[in-house]
Design a protein around this ligand. Sequence first.
Ligand SMILES: Nc1nc(=O)c2c([nH]1)NC[C@@H]1CN(c3ccc(C(=O)N[C@@H](CCC(=O)O)C(=O)O)cc3)CN21
Ligand SMILES: CC(C)C(=O)C(=O)O
Length: 364
Amino acid sequence: MAAPGSVLRRTAIASSSLLRTRVIPATATAIRTQATHTLLGSRCPVLSSHVPTPRSLSQTRHSSYSAPTPSENGKARKKVTIQTLQNMHKKGEPITMLTAHDFPSAHVADASGMDMVLVGDSLGMVALGMENTTEVIMEEMILHCRSVARATKAAFIIGDLPMGSYEVCAEQAIESSLRLIKEGRVHGVKLEGGQELAPTIKRITQAGVPVVGHVGLTPQRQNALGGFRVQGKTALSATKLLRDALAMQEAGAFMLVLEAMPSEVASIITQKLRIPTIGIGAGNGCSGQVLVQVDMTGNFQPGRFVPKFVKQYADVWDEAARGISLYRDEVKSRAFPSEEYTYPIGKDELAGFQKTVDEVFREA
Ligand SMILES: Nc1nc(=O)c2c([nH]1)NC[C@@H]1CN(c3ccc(C(=O)N[C@@H](CCC(=O)O)C(=O)O)cc3)CN21
Ligand SMILES: CC(C)C(=O)C(=O)O
């Protein structure tokens, strides 16, 4: 049988960005009718010889797939490259980064003008329900990176190397990084640690993969750090953070994430580096900022713990829960679906169908 997709012709894009309208030409309809015919025929001999011909030769299909569209002004945004990011840094323009873990979350981040999208391993917690990020594996990262990459047309995409995929040796790290690039389709990788990872960063960079270092609160090491704890609160530990940051820069990292440290410490580190820093819980003196998307959009059940550095800019949970409760009520009361959400059939066709049904069931 011909693949239905091969005869589909896209003719219109519905006004709602979530709906795409496709008109299926008569040939496709005929093929489908034939298939239905055969299927029913094997179970009901009467119907197999009396399938009404469709009155309309085309029908409308709505699907929830929406290809990424140009931004508000109608023009596609220019692709953000490593040079774009370096230029922003040179000009002192803050760099915006947001996490995304799947097609819709990446689509909205990209369409809303984020310079960078991070497929952080926090996806283990916010998308997969894990307690922390230590159990995330490469296959999960690759799956999520791929879906993010499909939606991201302009932003520069960074994928996290999950715990266990880069610490063993440089070869392991290179292999994992290349998988994230080739299979996950990201543009660069991020890894957590400090100066001990400098040789590894050097080797990944030499393989042609841009590397972001992540220092401060490094969630993958929460067992060693004694939990998710603010770092750099003593002169000694702040000095270690600076040393780690410098070592990662010298090894070739093109950017650093600074997580959960006093603002002053992050500012000083930023001033002593040539490469941009992206802060999360590290104050306003960094070269840019990153947050976890579900935190800042409020897409979580009220009452859940959120780190002090999270500013909630929206209330997605409330809005989704409001809509879902209304839907529940309307299904229970049969208010939904009202006529506008149903498909019409001609009077004669319906009468013909009714007649067939009456005949079949009288015989039975
Ligand atoms: N949803 C989500 N948002 C995040 O920002 C995030 C994740 N998940 N998962 C991975 C890591 C873990 N992160 C965390 C988690 C907890 C704290 C936290 O408990 N912070 C305390 C400070 C504790 C201290 O004083 O040492 C706080 O009150 O903010 C911080 C960062 C950041 N990352
Ligand atoms: C919190 C950010 C920086 C991150 O690493 C993640 O999302 O995993």
